[in-house]
Design a protein around this ligand. Structure first.
Ligand SMILES: *Cc1c(COP(=O)(O)O)cnc(C)c1O
Length: 412
């Protein structure tokens, strides 16, 4: 069911009712879910579509002539269309379903292996999630190539203005995040892509944290690859997307081989399918794709511009209130941000604050957020991270701030 909305404001009461988990009590207190950067909650429409799939439509796709199989195939391929529209790819044939961002990055790293030689360079930024570092580190170790990093400043902003300094004839690919999962900082990826393309260097964007918060247009960005996860955008786990420009899809060899990836098989010569099916070996996560598409449809009814505007309000409100708490230090307190705040209070260990907040029903993330190089840059072991979604409210932020102040008093 689509939510009813006024034109300018989100109907929060209605929206919150769409997410059944939000009305839960945790440790006797109403749940305040501020861990959307780790995974997002699911609206009833996503849950319903998965239940309906298994209750009425379950069947294997692409190979059956019978009615259910054709129906399942139709829904799966329609999901690809919905993703295509959502990110404005030029064709659904550029949308590969994967298990998530991590697998999407691995698929590209694996596919580049044959073209990387000793001494070549791959460029990532210092703010990357481990999922956008380790596949490249492995690749570089295997091919005796060099993994280089674009630095960040004291606030954690990627130094995109100096990008040219890091590009050379040896640079084979740039892999960079669109939005930092730790600080929420939005990276000026257009600048990176323009500089890279001027030198014929392809660019992969890790969009795991951008897709839930803002409208993303891969044609306008002109990136070569765009990766994201279903579960971070209000869909199920175990499904994700790799957008790849068509010429890369044509050029890449199959990542894994198996059923579904082929045109014809014989022991003399196997001919692989064209397009995304070449990369979707075996029976895929059918209900995942359908569920993710339902999630994208859900947020499109609300409108990503409305979501961004409202989340920005939440971000400003929470930042303002946090700064009034004695001893708070925010990491990445800059202008251009998605609704994510990383902070510490005095010398208190983030884990201790997180544990006390949990007793009050407040879910935050503590630790290094899979960005240890960035933590090393800030010279800290970890932070407390609050990450908002459009179903969060200012009242929840008030509850969080009161609980935080109490925790700080107890721990200092
Ligand atoms: C969560 C996240 C990933 C990894 O996503 P998975 O769904 O765990 O594969 C990669 N990059 C960023 C920026 C993330 O936030």
């Amino acid at each position: 069911m689509a939510p009813v909305l006024s034109h300018t404001k989100l109907d929060l009461e209605k929206i919150r009712k769409d997410f059944p988990i939000l009305s839960q009590k945790v440790n006797g207190k109403p749940l305040v879910y501020f861990d959307n950067g780790a995974t997002s909650q699911k609206p009833q429409s996503v849950i319903d579509v998965i239940v309906k799939y298994y209750s009425e439509e379950n069947s294997n796709i692409h190979r059956g002539v019978h009615t259910l199989s054709q129906k399942a195939t139709e829904h799966y391929e329609r999901a690809r269309e919905i993703v295509k529209k959502h990110i404005n790819a030029s064709s659904a044939q550029e949308i590969i379903f994967t298990r998530g961002t991590t697998e999407s990055v691995n698929l590209v790293a694996h596919s580049f292996a044959d073209w990387i030689n000793a001494g070549d360079e791959i460029l990532v930024s210092l703010t990357e999630h481990h999922s956008n570092i380790l596949p490249w580190q492995l690749l570089c170790e295997q091919r005796k190539a060099v993994l280089r990093t674009i630095p960040v400043n004291a606030d954690g902003e990627v130094q995109t203005a100096e990008i040219d300094k890091y590009l050379s004839a040896k640079t084979k690919l740039i892999a960079i995040t669109h939005v930092s999962n730790t600080t929420g900082i939005i990276v000026d990826v257009k600048k990176v892509i323009a500089a890279a393309h001027a030198k014929n260097i392809p660019v992969l964007l890790d969009g795991a944290q951008a897709i839930p918060h803002m409208a993303v247009d891969v044609s306008d960005l002109d990136c070569d690859f765009y990766c994201f996860s279903g579960h971070k955008v209000f869909g199920p786990t175990g499904i994700g997307v790799l957008y790849a420009k068509k010429h890369w899809i044509d050029k890449f060899a199959p990542y894994q081989a198996g059923g579904g990836t082929i045109k014809t098989v014989s022991f003399e010569k196997t001919e692989y399918a064209e397009g995304p099916l070449k990369f979707e070996a075996g029976t895929p996560n059918i209900e995942g794709a359908i569920g993710m598409a339902a999630a994208l449809e859900y947020i499109n009814v609300i409108g990503l511009d409305n979501i961004s505007a409202y989340e920005h309000e939440l971000l400003e409100y929470a930042t303002h209130k946090l700064k009034k708490v004695e001893g708070v230090r925010i990491y990445g307190d800059v202008q251009n941000k998605a609704a994510v705040i990383s902070f510490n209070v005095k010398e208190i260990h983030p884990f201790d604050i997180g544990t006390i907040l949990d007793k009050q029903g407040i879910a935050v993330r503590t630790g290094h957020h899979c960005t240890q190089p960035l933590m090393q840059h800030f010279c800290i072991p970890g932070t407390i991270r609050v990450s908002f979604a459009f179903y969060n409210t200012k009242e929840e932020i008030d509850v969080f701030i009161t609980a935080l102040e109490k925790a700080v008093k107890m721990l200092s």
